[in-house]
Write a protein that binds this ligand. Structure first.
Ligand code: GDG
Length: 736
């Protein structure tokens, strides 16, 4: 696995709500039980290759500091774990309150069960901050930090504040709901901000990643490019990592003597009937009532199955003190009681029901005995039971009926896929499953088993950690450096020591922030006050090099005393001249007549978009359009005009929310040429810009010059970056 290639010293800090060790009180002391299954076994493979430290709550409340110290020592020595002790009340508000009373129902598409309470939200923030403190206590430079699940959605950003360069990953084990659901959350901005503190945010399925990206766009205005999102001055990645099962553990478990023993005992108990198995926590997201109703209907429609099939339901108790869960438990009891009461025959009951959790060996025996496993949650992040069932059976038989709303359905398309709300479909699926010939079962399962073997737990962890390392590497190798501290001092010194200085400045997005319409980005008084003294300094040559038209630049900046370059280099006016000159005089503008109607059509089809006509260019702006629609139309527009301009010397330029067509001979790099080749040469050159058009400028600046990209940190030809126009203005003020 990837970790093998890494330095042994490298360390992984895993942070989750619960530690992979459960403590049980025993005679004033504690018994320590390592948890099997779940994330703990998944990460065991990583533990072998990297140093690993795990932080989380130990599953008991202990207020006595002496006891806490004892527990911490033992967990650290024997389990590589660091416990976080929380006061009982605070834990309750954070865990049962916000995590399971707000996030869990909402993210599983049960907004009607979600409540929003300020005290719970406050406790959630406090606990996330407490986790952050604890991580900061133990983290060393170079550690990779991997945060898990919905209890800790704020933690990545909290960590980022103190550890700006650390590798921080986050994985969500439950669904990320569609934007329309997510937006209901009163603290949606804070949650998104929390998550974007990570370098890599991982989900089980593409749909969850898509929903997250669309919430980022619609709520935070953050755009994505193949899952890459620029957040402030960092690039983060959003991607899909479907969690698998520990193949070795499940595929060999049937050989264990305890499993064989359990299987015999179960057989005796249930008899020689066919078995339909269900395994769930007792939770409203699992579709338990719908499933029971469908089973009852199946038996009434197919009475030949009466006495020949048993539904064996393992319902694992969950949140037993929460009223909604108590209520669900009563409903389930009542329904099972009614069905069994009405349909049972001597020696046979339709439903056998266990309300507890069982040891691993017994769970495997259940998988081995089940002719059919029904996994029909109304929503489920992934659902590992479906995968474990398929891997546990040595002969590859068995039928899996799987909900389309479980994450696992994205990978297990050969199962009988059902809509869990559609009772008729469930009834039909049960019938099909019970009648399915063994060869068909094996053929369907073979494909799924092969897929599960390829993407097992080890591969999952490996994939996530490699991607995380890659995001970090891209940042280190390719991204411009923030122009601050020592670097900035160097720039200021170089400026002070120079006799002939050239400042090439872009306008929109560099000196002023973007405005809703181009006309509104007029320079304010502060900007003029910053630029004027610089322009008056006889050692300086100032050039505004912009995509704007000549008239606007004249109007807005004509009096400051700077050279002006308009339309990305099509027109130029030196500070000491009145007239604009056209660079590349020979080029005609006839093409505009042909393309204008195309642009106009796209303005009409896209509410909020507008057409700007410059001397040498046509520009389609979509800043005020719906973000999704705008991006889609931009692609269509480019597609359309590409056909028109093939074999001409026009080219298409895509900038910040603009699509521009102009002669390809025009570029900011070309426009800068006369200054860059001036004699005697300039001994200090500063080029600042935010857009793709500025890349052509950065490209031609000599090594000794200072190239600064605004609002990065994507790959750029610039060597440095600043976040926004405010930071550019501060720099220019310092030059004054
Ligand atoms: C979250 C997401 C996502 C169950 N009963 C017993 C028992 N189990 C084991 C199963 C399986 C696990 O518990 C349950 O699997 P889930 O997939 O439902 O996992 P959760 O951790 O509850 O839920 C879920 C998952 O995270 C992983 O990302 O798939 O969608 O909600 O491994 O075998 N094990 C034993 N006795 C039981 O009675 N020994």
């Amino acid at each position: 696995m990837h970790a093998k290639t890494k330095d042994r010293q490298q360390r992984l800090i895993v942070v989750s709500n619960r530690l992979p060790v459960s403590l049980e009180r025993d005679d004033g002391g504690y018994i320590y039980n390592p948890s099997v299954g779940g994330l703990a076994t998944t990460l065991n493979a990583v533990r072998e290759e990297m140093d690993m430290l795990w932080l989380g709550v130990p599953g008991i409340h202990e207020d006595n500091p002496e006891q806490q110290a004892k527990i911490s020592k033992r967990l650290s020595d024997e389990f590589g774990s660091v416990p976080i002790f929380l006061p009982g009340k605070q834990f309750d508000l954070y865990y049962n309150g916000f995590s399971n009373g707000s996030i869990w129902p909402l993210f599983h598409y049960f907004p009607q069960y979600a409540h929003y309470d300020h005290l719970e939200w406050q406790a959630y923030q406090e606990v996330n901050a407490r986790f952050c403190e604890k991580v900061l206590e133990v983290a060393l430079p170079g550690d990779t930090i991997w945060v898990h699940d919905y209890h800790l959605l704020l933690l990545p950003a909290m960590l980022r504040e103190s550890l700006p360069d650390a590798a921080i990953g986050f994985f969500l084990h439950i669904p990320f709901p569609s934007y329309e659901i997510f937006r209901m959350l009163p603290w949606r901005e804070e949650i998104l901000k929390g998550l974007t503190g990570a370098d890599l945010v991982g989900f089980h399925t593409y749909d969850y990643a898509r929903h997250f990206l669309s919430s980022l766009l619609r709520i935070q205005g953050l755009e994505q490019d193949f899952g890459r999102v620029t957040v402030g001055d960092r690039a983060i990645k959003v991607d899909t990592f479907p969690l698998g099962v520990d193949i070795n553990r499940y595929s060999t478990a049937h050989e264990m003597p305890e499993v064989k023993h359990e299987l015999e005992a179960l057989r005796q108990q249930v008899g020689e009937h066919k078995v339909i198995l269900t395994v769930d926590r007792l939770d409203f997201s699992k579709g338990i009532i719908q499933r029971l109703n469908a089973f009852e209907k199946f038996l009434s429609r197919h009475p030949d199955w009466l006495g020949r099939v048993t539904m064996l339901s393992l319902l694992v108790p969950s949140r037993t003190r929460v009223p909604e869960y108590q209520n669900l438990k009563s409903q389930v009891d009542e329904l099972i009681g009614r069905i069994n009461g009405q349909l049972s025959q001597p020696g046979w009951a339709p439903i056998t029901y266990l309300y507890r959790s069982v040891p691993f060996e017994q769970l495997i025996a259940l998988y081995l005995m089940a002719d059919v496993t029904l996994v029909t949650p109304l929503r489920d992040g992934m659902n590992l039971v479906a995968k474990e069932y398929l891997i546990s059976r040595p002969d590859g038989t068995g039928v899996l009926v799987l909900s389309e709303t479980a994450g696992a359905a994205a990978e297990l398309g050969e199962a009988i896929i059902v809509n869990p709300h559609n009772e008729e479909m469930l009834v039909e699926a049960l019938h099909q499953a019970l009648e399915m010939p063994l060869e068909e079962q094996q053929a369907r399962n073979a494909t799924m088993r092969a897929r599960l073997r390829r993407y097992d737990t080890e591969r999952w962890a490996d994939d996530f950690l490699s991607q995380l390392a890659k995001v970090q590497e891209v940042r280190r190798l390719h991204l411009p450096k923030r122009l601050q501290g020592k670097l900035k001092q160097e720039l200021l010194q170089a400026y002070d020591g120079a006799e002939r200085r050239l400042l090439l400045l872009d306008y929109d997005g560099t000196l002023v922030p973007f405005a809703p319409t181009p006309k509104r980005a007029k320079p304010d008084e502060e900007l003029i006050a910053v630029l004027t003294p610089l322009a008056c300094d006889p050692k300086n040559t100032m050039v505004i090099i912009s995509g704007r038209d000549a008239e606007t630049l004249d109007d807005w900046l004509g009096e400051v005393g700077m050279d002006l370059v308009a339309e990305h280099g099509a027109m130029v006016r030196h500070a000491d001249q009145k007239q604009w000159e056209q660079i590349d005089e020979d080029f005609t503008d006839d093409w505009k007549e042909q393309l204008r109607p195309v642009f106009e059509m796209f303005v009409d089809r896209t509410p909020g978009a507008l057409l700007e006509e410059k001397g040498r260019a046509l520009v389609w702006h979509y800043r005020r359009a719906d973000p999704g629609l705008g991006s889609q139309r931009a692609v269509e527009l480019i597609d359309t005009i590409e056909g028109y301009i093939a074999n001409t010397s026009l080219h298409i330029l895509q900038g910040h929310k603009v699509v521009e067509v102009k002669p390809s001979t025009v570029s900011k790099g070309r426009a800068a040429h006369p200054w860059l080749s001036a004699k005697p040469p300039f001994d200090f050159i500063l080029a600042v810009g935010d857009d793709v058009t500025d890349e052509a400028l950065f490209e031609v600046i000599p090594e000794s010059g200072w190239t600064v990209k605004i609002g990065v940190p994507e790959r750029s030809k610039a060597r440095y970056f600043l976040s926004d126009p405010d930071e550019v203005r501060s720099l220019l003020k310092e030059l004054n």
